[in-house]
Design a protein around this ligand. Sequence first.
Ligand code: PEP
Ligand code: MG
Length: 934
Amino acid sequence: MRYNEVSRHTGYLPGVFCAQGKEYSFIAQKKLWQRATSAGSCAAVLERTAAKIQNRRNYIMAKWVYLFSEGNANMRELLGGKGANLAEMTGLGLPVPQGFTITTEACTQYYEDGQTINDEIQAQINEYIGKMEEITGKKFGDSENPLLVSVRSGARASMPGMMDTILNLGLNETVVNVLAEKSGNPRWAWDCYRRFIQMFSDVVMEVGKKYFEELIDKMKLDRGVTQDVELSADDLKELANQFKAEYKGKIGKDFPDDPKEQLMEAIKAVFRSWDNPRANVYRRDNDIPYSWGTAVNVQSMAFGNMGDDCGTGVAFTRDPATGENGLFGEFLTNAQGEDVVAGVRTPMHISEMADKFPEAFQQFKEVCSILEKHYRDMQDMEFTVEHGKLYMLQTRNGKRTAQAALKIACDLVDEGMRTEEEAVAMIDPRNLDTLLHPQFDRASLVRATPAARALAASPGAACGQIVFSAEDAKSWHAKGKKVVLVRLETSPEDIEGMKAAQGILTVRGGMTSHAAVVARGMGTCCVSGCSEIAMDEENKKFTLAGKEYHEGDWLSIDGSTGNIYDGVIPTVDATIAGEFGRIMGWADKYRKLQVRTNADTPSDAKKARELGAEGIGLCRTEHMFFEGDRIDAFREMICADTTEEREAALEKLLPVQQSDFEKLYEAMEGNPVTIRFLDPPLHEFVPQTDEDIQKLADSQGKTVEQIHQIIDSLHEFNPMMGHRGVRLAVTYPEIAKMQTKAVIRAAINVKKAHPDWNICPEIMIPLIGDDKELKFAKKTVVETADAEIAAAGSDLKYLVGTMIEIPRAALTADAIAKDADFFCFGTNDLTQMTFGFSRDDAGKFLEAYYERKIFENDPFTKLDQNGVGKLMEMAINLGKPVNPNLHIGICGEHGGDPSSVEFCHKIGLDYVSCSPFRVPIARLAAAQAAIANK
Ligand code: PEP
Ligand code: MG
């Protein structure tokens, strides 16, 4: 008998054993294995098992379900974050209502089995219901002491609000009556039942919430009350019956009474919710693989809605918006968890609990301190108080704004809880983006008077035109408009619209409402809970501070202060200072990769430098020709008939380019500057309008007809694979000559002005597929450059390198490396040409690829490590032995994507280059890669 290595899922040992002449593979729980082997009985156990299953080749003794008391925080992969932390809290002796976790592997199995829970898993679930009944002393459907449970999702990485939850499961007509009688609190019992029917119908059977909400609203109207809590037991009973009738009307069957049936359906629904559209979008945005699956937690209910000595809350050990150290959160009396998150009622500040629930509050504060010290991070907790007694329902490392993340990480280092390296590793680089987003211009802000103030739910400033629905936010954004999404409250379906908006303003909801939590996660500015707004969503208008606002009106909101302003307030860019600067300093200390920027203009270069760029990795020279009257000279060059005509046009462009390059060198203060020679298809620059065509004809002394003929001759069927890149330098060497002169002359001038700077221009030839192409272009460059340097009597050094962006370049990198001082991976084109997907059109079908689970990510955003990455590795492995000094970087979009940066670190690149605002992200991601791969 032998077993293989411990699986990456903790606790499992895959192995093989022989019995009765046959070989069986198995997966045994590690504990079981150890127990069995130490007792010397493993072989015997397995022999017996083998005898029973002779006709089954692969017998898997998988454990699909764990009691909270069986797990711990290290089992997050298997139990999901929530399950692992419930287990950990149980182990710490904290007051956790007990239950069990169905593993993430059961979810994966559910999908493998064609979206069914197989017999083996069902049997284990039933077994664990029995165990739970024993532990709690309650029984499903019992007429004495019935067990009610919550069923919650819990993936490895937390995905707040993305998947489904069902509370109060186990109720039926009999049980509700038992509870009403035993508790002496029929209002509570019926409240639970109507909530359960509503949630089960919505989550499990997909009967929309709105039907039930309409019934509640009608009931409140009939009874002349405004709050749910004002409805009586009889009202709620009547509502429950109305709900059941609604269910039957929609589903065509009675509402299920059997708690086990309810549970199995609820578990399936949670598994299904792993694949719902909003979860898929969230995963894509947050780099969470589909293959992880979600666990399901079945937990005995603690009731916050049993009366005024009960309640429920959500709290953070530090402020998730600012990072300030201190308890932060909200509490609602006589309510269940969903009420806080849904923002149906506006909750009280957690500190007010101290008066209402002194003992529970004191205990809660102690728990907070234990948990924060234990996890060494800010905790986000859900809890319930039932008749004054505290129950912990969840803890996790809290989601936080980027600003808060930086402060918390620095504070934890100062408090001695974390090392610098750990602090660097704690911060999600993607969130830094939000800190680099604009803030309101101070001078304009001083002059502005807020129209209202609400909760500062997610920082940053936003200014845009008002829209009232997520769909409108999306479509206006697609048209290039800036919008502020104004809603009564948001729900998970709104995620894409929220992403498209500059900012989000909600009428209802607290700091932990959906809008607040999701906006913080996305780094979008959000102001929530502005109850002063009189909203009319249907007619797309609202009134605030005496003014009526309509769709398209301008509004400015400040997610850091909660202020709302009428009209436009200009915004300004942020800078790196304070804690941001401190973390960046640490990141720079630990990273190995250099971080450069892709910058085409001096102002981009300056910005990038401020954000820490250590050079320019890519200057796309063609982008320099769009401004002002430069395009005229460029068009003359394209539409030249003869070399002489072309050279005359190039002569006009030379000083323009030279002066731009000088400014780039100045902005980079002696750091390396890589200038890529002309790359795009020329037809992109030809004149389109009659006016421009006439202008060109006049300047060239040609007829409009002749210009039309030239334009036609430039047409290509596949411009991306057409006359671009090095092919231009091959057909028109005079272009490369002019660009070389501009680069070298600029460098000589700047070197003269700054003798202490290390000016060494890097000339990059794009789109090489064959070493002879590079040789040809390089000859032009070297002859021109050397002549310029000699003429100026300078000792300027320069490098000539190439982009690796055609698969053939990667495959023949050994030959190419002989002539290249550096390689820079152009992974935009390399991805395009490796997949054969047009980088301009792939968006049209990628959505279908996501839906059909062919792709989880856009390969133009996140590097395809298996394919494109393999080509990169191949190019390095072929190129380096030939030219050990070969300097290698990346300048495709992936250079600013954290997971791609990690890959670049692993394969040994020297630098990544990305757009200016992604420079800090790349710096941090590079440090994290170095720390993780130490
Ligand atoms: C690339 O192809 O990755 C690249 C950086 O060049 P461009 O995007 O300009 O084609
Ligand atoms: Mg390219």
